[in-house]
Design a binder for this molecule. Structure first.
Ligand SMILES: [Zn+2]
Length: 113
C-alpha cells in the first residue's frame, strides 16, 4: 500500500473540489472593468461575495457528468471547475458546465467567512 503526501495547497485544492462536487451556493460570475490595471477588452473576475477584484486561481479540473448530472453542480453534462481564492479571504469555484446544448459559467461559493 502506498501513501501520497499532499502539499498544503494540494490539500486545500482537493478539499475545495470535494466541497464543490458536494454542492455550494451557486452565484452568477461577477466581472468588473473598474480596476487600476484592467486590460483593454478584458473583464476582471471579482469575488462573488464582496466584489474584491484581487482573486487568484488554481489548477482546473475536468469532470465527466456522463449526461446524467453526475457532477452534482446542477448541469447535466460535463463541468470544468477552476478553484479561486480571494485576497478578501473568500474561496469559490468558477465553473463552466454543459447542459442540454448550452454552456453556462457560474460560481460555487465555498466560504462566507
Ligand atoms: Zn470576497
Amino acid at each position: 500500500m502506498s501513501t501520497t503526501t499532499r502539499t498544503p495547497l494540494e490539500e486545500q485544492t482537493a478539499s475545495l473540489k470535494e466541497r464543490a462536487l458536494a454542492g455550494g451556493r451557486i452565484n452568477q460570475l461577477p466581472f468588473t472593468t473598474d480596476t487600476e490595471d484592467c486590460l483593454e477588452n478584458h473583464l476582471a473576475i471579482t469575488c462573488p461575495l464582496c466584489a474584491h477584484n484581487y482573486v487568484h486561481f488554481e489548477h482546473p479540473t475536468y469532470y465527466n457528468g456522463d449526461d446524467d448530472y453526475k457532477t452534482q453542480s446542477g448541469v447535466r453534462g460535463d463541468l470544468i471547475l477552476i478553484p479561486f481564492w480571494g485576497e478578501c479571504g473568500h474561496v469559490f469555484n468558477v465553473c463552466v458546465g454543459y447542459h442540454k446544448g448550452n454552456s453556462y459559467i457560474f460560481t460555487q461559493v465555498l466560504s462566507t467567512d
